[in-house]
Design a protein around this ligand. Structure first.
Ligand SMILES: Cc1cc2nc3c(=O)[nH]c(=O)nc-3n(C[C@H](O)[C@H](O)[C@H](O)COP(=O)(O)OP(=O)(O)OC[C@H]3O[C@@H](n4cnc5c(N)ncnc54)[C@H](O)[C@@H]3O)c2cc1C
Length: 515
């Protein structure tokens, strides 16, 4: 990486260049474009990826995507309930369903993961991005990043140079940007693939379940997708007489299917994606180098147990989007960007730990009848309990139910138009929300704009909660009166007495302070 120069051949004012149009880059782009930030999304590939890869959106990701305006679109694709059919040495053992009986509640509208394939999500995100006026630039490979005190510059393989205030690397586990920055990717990885994977069509198998064959010879799994003839295949690799791995192919997949299932009526065809997967447990030593930031797989890779890869990337992007937007729009100091690493790097460390333990549990149980992938669920894979209590952005205050830094729960309440609604409708957008519990909060809500830093009054939405049924009080653990400031990413900034609105002002003032 070298310094930015003045010699650039693209001069339109780009605030942020995003490198990589996977789920992380697309979520970030939507979050920034929604704020009016001028963003460009560069994608090296010349066509959008079609391999199924990630297949679950966890509850926290669903909340984020709903906030971005995708709730209805997501409800129309994929499915919520997918039973697991587990077999041992070819014989059916049992059926389980990880989210059986899990129902939405007042505080948690999306309590269960949604099953869909990653290209479906990426298409929805691209459509949303297009509504916001941004199109992914295909065939745009970044080969260098330059920066100095005044700006950054993305250098493309075709010679184009794009100046921007910031560059965000969402370019996957083998990230070019991370390597250019010299940021160590700390951890370990297996040299040999542990799994082969691919997308195939399947005859002879009921498409209402994820079929998982386990046994001393390894694993063979076929997961169907709603709205698609394709299934995702994941299996222990086939080896030849010398013990060498046979590269993935339809023929090899068919031999594996026949051997693990003991059936010759299961026929595979039309393999549209063939790949291998190695165990890699690594994370970037830091997430920011001046004007360049890292997010998603570029910042962390880990076992697939629990399905957290795509979800963690989406949640990185969500944490970063409002912060970068506020900095670019002059609403906050660039120091706010340091809280991105402060908050998300410990989450990556936790993710590496729980997914490694989860993968070890699956591997240990491989020759135990009835074991399936849910053995890997050793942590909170919903994402709902993940907060940032340790962060310098977590202000004071705690209740019996939650504390500053935690995810702000949903609850029924009058909506923004005065009719029946939910807190999440008030939170949706790039603003802070100040919840006032009790009549004593009204004065603080009305007087809120007085004395706020320039620009911020329009970015703090006051909401007086009458809460006759006490749903919001229960969710927030508040019995009397209180002010709760909620960040744009729907985490609690602080909880203050209604008699101390100055605490809210001081908190917001700190956003603009250079530290
Ligand atoms: C078999 C399998 C199953 C999985 N199951 C799950 C699951 O159930 N749940 C889950 O959450 N996750 C799952 N994952 C993981 C998930 O697919 C990844 O974590 C996710 O794709 C990461 O998203 P990303 O946007 O960070 O990176 P990527 O999706 O890797 O996107 C990076 C993009 O950057 C582009 N790029 C790279 N270099 C450059 C460059 N120099 N210039 C421009 N563009 C560049 C690439 O072409 C790519 O499009 C699974 C993965 C696999 C393989």
């Amino acid at each position: 990486m070298t310094n930015a120069t003045n010699a650039t051949n693209e001069t339109n004012a780009t605030n942020v260049v995003i490198v990589g149009a996977g789920p992380t880059g697309l979520t970030l782009a939507c979050g920034l474009a929604r704020q009016g930030v001028a963003v460009r999304v560069l994608e090296r590939a010349t066509a959008h990826a079609t391999g199924s890869r990630g297949k679950t959106l966890n509850p926290r990701s669903l909340e984020i995507l709903a906030d971005l305006g995708l709730a209805d679109a997501l409800a129309a694709v994929g499915r919520t309930h997918l039973p697991f059919h587990k077999y041992f040495e070819g014989a059916f053992v049992n059926e389980t369903e990880p989210f059986a009986g899990v129902l939405p509640s007042a505080a948690t509208p999306y309590p269960a993961s949604r099953w869909l394939h990653q290209p479906q999500l990426e298409q929805l995100l691209r459509d949303r991005l297009a509504e916001l006026g941004v199109t992914v630039e295909l065939g745009a490979e970044l080969v260098d990043v330059r920066q100095d005190a005044d700006g950054a510059e993305a250098v493309l393989a075709d010679g184009r140079r794009i100046p921007a205030a910031y560059v965000v690397a969402c370019d996957g586990g083998r990230s070019t940007v991370r390597k250019l920055l010299g940021i160590p990717f700390v951890g370990e990885g297996d040299p040999e693939p542990m799994m082969v994977c691919g997308d195939v069509e399947v005859e002879g198998l009921e498409a209402g379940a994820w079929h998982q064959w386990f046994g001393p010879e390894g694993v063979f799994m076929l997961c169907p997708f709603e709205d698609s003839p394709r299934w995702q295949l994941q299996a222990s690799p086939e080896t030849d007489a010398d013990g060498t791995m046979v590269p993935p192919s339809l023929e090899s997949f068919q031999r594996l299917a026949t051997r693990h299932t003991g059936r010759d009526d299961i026929r595979l065809s039309n393999a549209t994606w063939l790949s291998t997967w190695r165990v890699n447990v690594r994370m970037a030593e830091r997430y920011r180098e001046g004007r360049v930031l890292l997010a998603g797989d570029c910042a962390h890779v880990h076992p697939t147990a629990g399905g957290l890869g795509m979800n963690t990337g989406i949640q990185d992007a969500w944490n970063l989007a409002w912060k970068l937007g506020y900095v670019v729009r002059g609403l906050a100091s660039p120091a706010l960007l340091d809280t991105y690493q402060e908050e998300r790097l410990p989450i990556a460390a936790w993710t590496l730990d729980v997914t490694s333990s989860g993968m070890a549990a699956v591997v240990a149980g491989i020759d135990t009848p009835g074991i399936g992938v849910e053995a890997g669920g050793v942590g909170d894979f919903t994402g709902l309990s993940l907060g940032y209590g340790w962060s310098s952005l977590a202000g004071d205050g705690a209740t019996a139910a939650l504390a500053a830094g935690d995810r702000a729960p949903d609850a029924p309440c009058p909506g923004p138009d005065g009719g029946p609604g939910r807190l999440f409708e008030h939170f949706a957008g790039d603003h802070f929300t100040l919840l006032g519990f009790g009549p004593g909060a009204r004065a603080a809500l009305t007087g809120l704009p007085d004395g706020l830093p320039d620009g911020l009054p329009g970015h703090v939405r006051p909401v007086a909660l009458d809460d006759p049924d006490g749903e919001a009080r229960r969710a927030y653990g508040i019995t009397g009166e209180a002010l709760v400031l909620v960040r744009p990413d729907n985490h609690i900034a602080l909880i203050a007495p209604v008699t101390a609105p100055g605490e809210v002002h001081s908190y917001l003032e700190r956003l603009g302070a250079e530290v």
